[in-house]
Write a protein that binds this ligand. Structure first.
Ligand code: SF4
Length: 413
C-alpha cells in the first residue's frame, strides 16, 4: 500500500475509540502471531485509547452522510480504498516489525453495507488462512449488512463491534439519517444469541466478545440517559465494553455544537461505567435520568457525599460491598483490608504499611471509632476538589502524626 493511501486510511480511523484488545483466547496453530491474553500488550494512552493495534479503514469513501463525520459523502476530503491483500500485507509487515500486536479494521460504507462487509470478510479470511496471521483482530461490523456475512466474520476475528453512535433514536435520525436503531441492534443481538448458545471456552466465534461506542455531546442526551442505555446494553447483550467518544467538531455543521465536549465528561462516564461493572453500583444511584455526572468530584465521591448517613464507615467492621464504596478504595484494597482484618484490628499505620490510598478515603472512614479526616463538610469538599484539580491544600494539622502528614505531602496517600 502506498504511503499516501495509508495516511488517508489510518488518519480517517482515528476517531474510533472502541478498540481495546482483551480477553481473546485464539491460539496459534502454526502461523504468525498469538492473541492469547498474554500475547497482547494492553497499552492505553492517558485518555483511555488503545495504542497497540494497527487501526485502519478499508476505505473512507462513504455513501452515507452522517453529520458529525469527516468521511461523510458531502465532505470534500481525499478518498482512498485498500484491497484486502493490501490490508493483509500491511498487517503482517507491521506485526513482523513489532509495531503492532493486532489489527483494528473498520470501514466507511462503500457502495452499500453488503459490499463493504464482503470486502471486510474477504480481508479477515485471507489474513487468517492465506497469510497465517493469528494475532488479534477487532473488526468493526457494518450495520445493515447481510446477517450471514456478519456471522461468518465472527468466526475469523476476536472481537466485533457495531457502533450505537448516538444515545437516542431521535438523534440518530437527525445526525445519521441512513442508520437505524434496528440495523445497529439487530447484529448486536444476533451476536449475543450466538455466543449465549455456545458458551464453550473453545468457541471460535468472537472469543473477545463485542463492544460498542457512542459519541457524547454531539446530541443533547444527558449522562443519566447515556448510562441507562449503557446499563441496558451490558445487561441485555453482555457487551464487553461501551466506549464513549467525546464529540470533537471536525466538520462544519449548522446543527452540531461548535465546541468540543471535552475529555472530562468522557472521563466521568468511564468512571461511572467502571462502578457499574465492577463495584455493584446501579445507574440510579449515580445520576438521575436528566442530569450529568458531577464535574467536581468523581462519581463515587459524589455518591458518598450525598450519603452522609452511611459515612464514616469503620474499616474494621464494614463488609466488602461497603468497603468498595468508600471513595478512593478500590476492589484490590478492599480485599487487602478484609484479609488483614483476620490478624487483628487495623490502624491508620497499617493502612500506610499496606499502601492503601487515603487521600480521599481518610474523610470517609474510622479505625475502630478513630477519625482522622477533616471535621467540617466544607473542609472535606475543598480537599476533595483540590485532589481533582491537582491543587494543594494546607489544613494538614488535622492529621494525627508527622508521618501521615509527610505522606500526604508526598502524595502517597
Ligand atoms: S457511515 Fe457515517 S460515520 Fe461511518 S464513515 Fe460513513 S459518514 Fe462516517
Amino acid at each position: 500500500m502506498d504511503r499516501a493511501k495509508l495516511e488517508i486510511l489510518a488518519d480517517s480511523a482515528k476517531y474510533d475509540v472502541s478498540c481495546s484488545s482483551s480477553g481473546s483466547s485464539r491460539r496459534n496453530v502454526g502461523g504468525l502471531g498469538n492473541a492469547c491474553s498474554a500475547g497482547i500488550c494492553h497499552s492505553f494512552t492517558q485518555d483511555g485509547r488503545c495504542i497497540s493495534l494497527l487501526k485502519i479503514l478499508m476505505t473512507n469513501d462513504c455513501v452515507y452522510d452522517c453529520e458529525y463525520c469527516v468521511n461523510r459523502r458531502s465532505n470534500d476530503v481525499k478518498r482512498a480504498i485498500a484491497t484486502p491483500d493490501e490490508i493483509c500485507t500491511l498487517t503482517v509487515e507491521f506485526y513482523k516489525r513489532n509495531y503492532i500486536e493486532g489489527l483494528f479494521l473498520s470501514s466507511a460504507v462503500y457502495k452499500n453495507p453488503d459490499y463493504t462487509m464482503e470486502l471486510l470478510l474477504e480481508t479477515v479470511i485471507k489474513l487468517r488462512k492465506l497469510y497465517g496471521f493469528h494475532g488479534y483482530i477487532h473488526l468493526k461490523g457494518i450495520p445493515g449488512a447481510d446477517q450471514a456475512l456478519i456471522m461468518r466474520a465472527g468466526e475469523y476475528v476476536d472481537r466485533m463491534s457495531f457502533n450505537i453512535e448516538l444515545p437516542s433514536e431521535k438523534s440518530l435520525r437527525l445526525l445519521a439519517p441512513q442508520k437505524t436503531k434496528k440495523n445497529i441492534l439487530t447484529p448486536i443481538s444476533m451476536i449475543y444469541g450466538e455466543k449465549d448458545a455456545d458458551k464453550s471456552k473453545k468457541s471460535r466465534f468472537l472469543p473477545a466478545g463485542q463492544t460498542t461506542q457512542m459519541i457524547i455531546g454531539a446530541s443533547p442526551e444527558s449522562d443519566g440517559h447515556v448510562l441507562r442505555l449503557t446499563e441496558g446494553l451490558y445487561n441485555k447483550y453482555q457487551l464487553k465494553r461501551v466506549y464513549y467518544s467525546s464529540y470533537v467538531p471536525v466538520i462544519k455543521s449548522n446543527i452540531l455544537p461548535s465546541v468540543p465536549t471535552g475529555l472530562l465528561r468522557e472521563h466521568r462516564l468511564y468512571q461511572a461505567d467502571w462502578l457499574i461493572r465492577f463495584y455493584g453500583f446501579k445507574v440510579d444511584e449515580l445520576v438521575s435520568p436528566n442530569e450529568n455526572l458531577s464535574t467536581e468530584y468523581d462519581p463515587k465521591c459524589a455518591w458518598a457525599l450525598k450519603h452522609p448517613e452511611l459515612f464514616p464507615l469503620d474499616v474494621n467492621t464494614a463488609p466488602l460491598e461497603m468497603l468498595i464504596r468508600i471513595p478512593g478504595i478500590g476492589v484490590k484494597s478492599a480485599h487487602k483490608i478484609i484479609s488483614a482484618r483476620r490478624y487483628g484490628r487495623l490502624t491508620l499505620e497499617d493502612f500506610l504499611t499496606m499502601k492503601i490510598p487515603l487521600k480521599r478515603a481518610i474523610h470517609f472512614i474510622t479505625f475502630t471509632g478513630k477519625y482522622f479526616g477533616y471535621k467540617t463538610d466544607k473542609a472535606i469538599t475543598t480537599a476533595l476538589k483540590a485532589i481533582e484539580t491537582n491543587g494543594s491544600y494546607q489544613q494538614l494539622t488535622l492529621f494525627s502524626s508527622p508521618e501521615v502528614l509527610s505522606s500526604v505531602l508526598r502524595g502517597e496517600l
